[in-house]
Structures are given as C-alpha cells and as structure tokens.
Design a protein around this ligand. Structure first.
Ligand code: NDP
Length: 333
C-alpha cells in the first residue's frame, strides 16, 4: 500500500523533497469501518494551504503525516452494514492505494449517472463551489456581464457555463490558447482572454466588457484581479473564491489593493467557502447532474496516470497544465 507523506513544509513553490512515498501494510478496517481501494484521487489548489503551518480554512497537515485528498474508490472490505464490497464511494481519504474510512465518512457514487471521476470535479466539490459561489454570492441577473478568472479550471469552467445558462454575457480569463478556444468554441463563453499572451488584460477587459463587469468571480487574485477591479460596473459583486496566484508567494502583498474602485462603483466583495453550504449540497448535486446530462454544463478532465505522479499533477496546477479538473488515476476497475 503506497502512500504519500508530507516530508517537509515548502518555502515558496513546493519541491520534490516536500513529498515522500512510503510503503505500508494495507490497513484492516475496524468495527463500522471499510477498506477503500483508490480509483481516482483529486489534487486541489487548497492543498498548498494545508502544507503550510498557518491558520487557514483548512487544518495544516503535520510533517510526516499522510496527505489527504478527495478520493473515489471501491469498497473492498466492509465491517459496516451500510456498505458492501464493490460499492463505489467518495470521501476525504489519502494520497494512497488503500485507506480505511469510517462508515459515515463516505458518500455513494452512482457509476450509471456519469463517469465516477466526476465526483471529484463537475459533480463534486469544485462543481458545488461554482454553483454556490456564483448563484448565492455573485447573484447574476440576465443581461449581466460576468468575468471569471481561472476560467478553464475545474471551478471556473462551471462558473462560466452556469452564468451563460442564467442569461449573462460571459468573459473568461485563462492562460493558454487551447483553453481560450475551449471556452469560446465549446463552452459558449462570449469571449476569452489569454492573459499570458495579452499585453494588457486591463485593456482586453475594457474591450470585452464595454458596460463594465457586474460579477467578477475571482479564482486567481494578483494582477488579473487588479485589472478586473478597474472595470467594475456600478453595484458590481466580486466573488472571492481563490487566490492561486498568491499561494506560493513568499511575500504576500501588504493589504488589499485597488479598494478605491469600490467606492466609485459601490461594489461588494465577498468570500465564499463551499463547506458553508453542506446543508444544500444535495440541491447543487441534483442540478449539476441534470445540467451535465442535458449538456448545459460540459466538462473536461486532465487525468494523470499513477499514484507515483500525484505530486507532479498537484504542482501542475500552479503552471496551468490542467484543462478542467485535474485528477490522478490510481487504479483500474
Ligand atoms: P483549477 O482547475 O482552476 O486549477 C488551477 C488553475 O489556476 C490552473 O490551471 C491555472 O490556469 C491557474 N493559475 C495557476 N497559477 C496562476 C497564476 N499565477 N495566475 C493566474 N492563474 C493561475 O483549480 P480549481 O478549479 O480546483 O480551483 C480554482 C480556485 O478556486 C483556486 O484558487 C482554489 O483555491 C479555489 N477554490 C475555492 C473553494 C472555496 O470554497 N472557496 C473551493 C474550491 C476551489 P491558467 O492556465 O489559466 O493559468
């Protein structure tokens, strides 16, 4: 049973020696526990926060501890009346081939509804984040202009499509031509900007959003967000979902930037944390599943093969390697 441990805390961008793979016995499930074989595991930007020894919305991992991840797997042994061998389940388990889970730590995954890996993406935590962040915090109205950064990622790609479905004009910002083409060519975004190839994101946003930005859904922070702040419309809503451009920064910018823009535009900035909505997960799951079945929401996954490549897949998030949701395939059925 291979598993990854946090070997050391990173300073800036994590390096190879922050991760250590060890071989351990396959654990025995105790009473009311089940043994799960990992089929897919998720790598997510928030994990960078857990590698750091600082207070955040996620508890830090201890050095020497097994790293945790959203996992979709198969029950191979069960001491619980609720699960039987062969069930496909989703839970917060480990970067490992096998893990033991408490019976109530798992939720079922229906393999007939969609490919099971989607329980880590469009039909999982990232999809729900997009749903609640956009609809509850961003509150888009038909005719609004919605700008989303990190637009070709797991959360951003769903945000843009829900906004289109809500009758908005949607502009995405992403870091590669292939991403931009996917957004406008297949997902129905009205425009998309490749921030790496655009001299001035601020100028490109001015052109793409002549009436200003009513909802800015922020996944990245930094200079892209500064550019968006310069084009907010009166009464704009800014949804702060993520700040990935700062997660590896050794020095954080001191204090919020561009706040003057909020005065002129009487705009509101609000953070969103998906787990606040746990009581409403079922609502999001149902609607997202329908939208996926109806083609209202399309998705893509970047699948890295092999548990041994999990750290690379994780680090790729900071280089924009992934299109759509990044997952690691750990085993075959
Ligand atoms: P993504 O699938 O979007 O992957 C991360 C993407 O971020 C990369 O593909 C890359 O795309 C982009 N990126 C990386 N570095 C930078 C940079 N310096 N500047 C601009 N873009 C960059 O990840 P998720 O969809 O899982 O997460 C998106 C954001 O949402 C993250 O910030 C995450 O922390 C946050 N989040 C928040 C939640 C909450 O409850 N608040 C829950 C889930 C996620 P590109 O090629 O475009 O640069």
């Amino acid at each position: 049973n291979r598993q990854w441990l946090l070997a050391k805390r990173p300073d800036g961008r994590p390096t190879e020696d922050c991760f250590e793979m060890v071989e351990r016995e396959v654990p025995d499930p105790g009473p009311r526990e089940v043994l799960v074989r990992t089929r897919y595991m998720s790598v997510d930007p928030y994990m960078r926060g857990r590698m750091r020894d600082a207070e955040s919305y996620a508890e830090p991992w201890d050095v020497g501890e097994a790293m945790r991840a959203g996992v979709v797997g198969e029950v191979v042994e069960s001491n619980s009346p609720r699960w039987e061998a062969g069930d496909v389940v989703n839970g917060n388990l480990r970067w490992a081939d096998y893990a033991v889970a408490d019976e109530d730590q798992l939720v079922p995954v229906d393999p007939d509804r969609a490919p099971i890996s989607t329980a880590l993406g469009v039909l999982g935590m990232p999809g729900r984040t997009a749903y609640f962040g956009l609809l509850d915090v961003g509150r888009p109205k038909p005719g609004d202009t919605v700008v989303v950064s990190g637009a070709a990622g797991a959360v951003g790609s769903v945000v843009g499509q829900i906004a289109k479905h809500a009758g908005c004009r949607v502009v995405g910002i992403a870091g590669a031509d292939e991403k931009v083409h996917w957004l406008t060519g297949e997902l129905g975004f009205d425009e998309a900007i490749n921030y790496r190839e655009t001299e001035s994101v601020r100028g490109a946003l001015a052109e793409a959003c002549p009436d200003g930005i009513d909802v800015y859904y922020d996944n990245v922070g930094g200079p892209i967000t500064d550019a968006a702040f310069a084009h907010l419309a009166v009464r704009a809503r800014v949804v702060v979902c993520g700040q990935i451009s700062l997660y590896n920064a050794e020095e954080r910018p001191t204090g919020p930037r561009k706040l003057g823009e909020l005065i002129t535009k009487r705009a509101r900035v609000e953070g969103v944390l998906v787990r606040d909505y746990v009581e409403r997960y079922e609502e999001a799951n149902e609607r997202l599943a329908h939208w996926v079945a109806d083609g209202v929401v399309q998705y893509r996954e970047t699948v890295t093969e092999g548990l041994e490549n999990a750290p690379d897949a994780f680090l790729g998030l900071f280089d924009g390697v992934n299109i759509g949701k990044q997952v690691v395939q750990v085993s075959d059925p």
